[in-house]
Design a binder for this molecule. Structure first.
Ligand SMILES: [Mn+2]
Length: 318
C-alpha cells in the first residue's frame, strides 16, 4: 500500500525538486582539438519495496518501515502498553519527514544526525504526554539516497545488507551484547543462537537518553541491491538463505520471499524487509510505502506537532 507521507502538502510544505541536479555531461577539448563528450553523471536512487508481517506468535506488529526512491528505513520497537509501536512508528515518521523537507545539497550526515536528534526529542515528549510509555525504544536502520551518494544511519539490532552480484555483505554492526562478546573474542558466531542473552540490545533510540547512532557514507553502485530488515528475519533465516532469496526477481518479490521464509521458520517475531535496487533516477520523490506500525496514524505520538516543529526548524535554518 502506497501513501503520500506528506500530508504536509496541504499545509504548504513544498519540497522543490531541482532537475538541474542531474548534471549534464560537459564538453571538453582534448589534444588535437577533438571534442569529447564526457559521460553524464546521473543521480542514483532506489527502486523500493517494503513488506512487514506481524508473524505467527505476536499479537501486534511493533516494526515500522518506510521505502521510497530516496529513503529506506526499518525500525523495530520495544516497550509495553503498545509503546513499541509508538516508538518505531514515530521515529520512522519523523525521519521520513525530515528527509522529505531536506534542502538541496544539505549535508546528508548532518541531515540524518539532526533527524535522529529530533526523533529522540519527540520520543521524550511522547513519554511526558503519557508516562505509561516510559521505557519505549526502537532500533533504526536508515539508508538515504541524496542524488550524490548514500548515507547509512544505524542503531540497534536491525540490519542492512548489500547484495552485489552473488555476494552478500552485512553493512551494519549489531548493537548487541553478544556482538560485543564476539568482538572481544569471548564467544564465536556459532555460540550466538544458544546464548542466554542473545536478544539483549545495548543501544537504541529511547526516550530517556541521547541516542548513539552510527552514521556513515556508503559506496553503492547502479545494479546493487540492498536489504534493511528487522531481527525477525535474521534470527531465523541464515545469511546464505537470505542471499539466495534476495538474489531473485523484483524488489517486491524478494521482500515477500524473505518475509515468507521467516514465517516458514516459525514467525516468532514481527518481521520487516525493505529492499531497494540502486539505479539511475531522481531520489527526491514524495511517494513512499509505509509498512507495519507506521501504517496506522494512531501509533504516532503527534503527527501535527512533528510537522509544525520541523517546519519551524526549517524556517530557522533557512
Ligand atoms: Mn524484532
Amino acid at each position: 500500500m502506497v501513501f503520500d507521507i506528506a500530508a504536509s502538502v496541504e499545509l504548504g510544505l513544498n519540497r522543490v525538486n531541482d532537475p538541474a541536479r542531474l548534471r549534464a555531461g560537459a564538453l571538453s577539448a582534448e589534444g588535437g582539438g577533438t571534442i569529447r563528450r564526457e559521460d553524464e553523471v546521473a543521480m542514483l536512487r532506489f527502486r523500493p519495496a517494503a513488506t512487514s508481517d506481524r508473524g505467527l506468535v505476536r499479537q501486534n506488529n511493533e516494526d515500522s518501515g518506510y521505502a521510497s526512491a530516496g529513503l529506506l528505513l526499518v525500525a523495530d520497537g520495544v516497550g509495553g502498553n503498545a509503546a513499541g509501536e509508538v516508538a518505531s512508528a514515530s521515529v520512522a515518521h519523523v525521519i521520513a519527514l525530515f528527509v522529505l523537507e531536506s534542502r538541496e545539497r544539505q549535508d546528508p550526515v548532518a541531515l540524518l544526525s539532526d533527524a535522529v536528534g529530533y526523533a529522540f526529542a519527540h520520543l521524550s515528549d511522547g513519554v511526558r504526554r503519557d508516562p505509561a510509555r516510559a521505557g519505549m525504544a526502537t532500533t533504526l536502520t536508515a539508508l538515504l539516497a541524496d542524488g550524490e551518494g548514500f548515507t547509512l544511519a544505524h542503531v540497534g539490532d536491525s540490519r542492512g545488507y548489500l547484495l552485489r552480484g552473488p555476494v552478500l555483505q552485512q553493512l551494519t554492526r549489531d548493537d548487541t551484547f553478544v556482538q560485543d562478546l564476539i568482538d572481544a573474542g569471548r564467544i564465536t558466531r556459532q555460540d550466538v543462537s544458544t546464548h542466554p542473552y542473545r536478544s539483549v540490545v545495548v543501544r537504541s533510540i529511547a526516550a530517556d537518553s541521547a541516542p548513539v547512532v552510527s552514521i556513515a557514507r556508503v559506496a553503492l553502485e547502479s545494479g546493487d541491491r540492498v536489504l534493511l530488515c528487522s531481527d525477525g528475519l535474521t534470527d531465523v533465516v541464515p545469511d546464505d538463505l537470505i542471499a539466495e532469496l534476495l538474489d531473485d526477481g523484483s524488489p517486491t518479490t524478494a521482500a515477500q520471499r524473505l518475509v515468507d521464509a521467516a514465517l516458514a521458520a516459525g514467525g516468532r517475531d514481527n518481521v520487516t524487509c525493505i529492499v531497494g535496487d540502486v539505479d539511475e533516477g531522481n531520489p527526491h520523490v514524495r511517494n513512499g510505502a509505509l509498512v507495519g506500525a507506521h501504517r496506522n496514524p494512531v501509533n504516532l505520538i503527534d503527527p501535527a506537532a512533528a510537522l509544525t516543529q520541523s517546519l519551524a526548524r526549517g524556517a530557522a535554518a533557512g
